[in-house]
Design a protein. Sequence first.
Length: 400
Amino acid sequence: MQVSDQNTFLKLIEKYLKGDASAEEVEVLESYYELFNEGPNASDRLSVSDLQKIEAGLKSGIESKIQSSENAATGSIRKRITQQLWPRIAAAAAVLLVVGLSIFFYTSRHLEGSAATRDLSANDIKPGSNKAYLILSNGKRLSLTDAANGAIAKEAGVDITKTADGQVIYESRTSYSDALNTIETPRGGQYQIRLPDGSKVWLNAASKLIYPVTFIGRGQREVTLSGEAYFEITKDKQHPFKVKSAGQVVEVLGTHFNINSYADEPVAKTTLLEGSVAVRHVEGSVATRDLSSRRDDVVLKPGQQASLTGTAIKVTEVNPDDAIAWKNGEFVFNDESLQNIMRKIARWYDVDIIYKDVNPNKPFGGSVSRFENISKVLEKLELTGSVHFKIEGKTIYVTK
């Protein structure tokens, strides 16, 4: 008998009240009592109409049994019948009470959920977009968001162009230059750049990449990253490509990989999609690091991720598509802590997060488009029932 079969359930209640239920039927009824007794969440397996029908049947059964006992006899006989009947009536009444509470909690919870959804939508925040700043070697700062398509700068014999699809492209017309450029995205921004060697880089929100305006005349291709970026590196065996970030250097010849190395993340992660990369821990700051200082070198294969914590590098097998979901316009969370998720949301929607009486380490899973308004992302997390959100301006309050 399925719990959604109301008629069968009501007949079983009736047999129980009459004392005609078999031992097996009594066991089934008791199991349903335990189901309801689990609390309001158990009632999610029934609709409100189901619960209301069960409630009506229980009320009717209890009332009819009490009336029958009073009409059946008088005096001591009535008392004896009532005493025999009362335990069954009491049990049914207990189930009735839980069913009634289930209806109340079910309705209240869904009304609260609807109100919360309205609140989130009322103070909604739009997703991030293509926004970045280009800082030339002379310190001049250009808004790539506001810049018109076409030539935007010329530096040390290098033409810098913005394309119609929102990329920055470098075309070198010189043999050597020590000039460095910086491209940085704010919170709520992302951008794509094609480096002087043809390599492509996608920058996530709140990230910065420092690179030469030309690689010609250099023994190696070297850039510095803070934040997160996905790289597709042009092959050049004679000139290895190196990415420096907090505490590590990633060296490649030609490959596709993602680096997540934000200052506020406890772990720096390098995920390989194609080719091969060597990840090594190095001492010193990003700017002053001696690249010859090596320890804990590891070589990744496609589908592997190197996680740097302190001085230790741990290699694990992962789904590399999850690591670049951001590049493909998605949030993907696989047993990820609430705190990690909210850091990603904070960067993309340019908001601040405040926790109130909630476990920030609780894991969540799921996926949602990065191009949805923030309310849609938060509503997905609220479906778990274990976390709720309130939007006030550019601040998100996280509660139980």
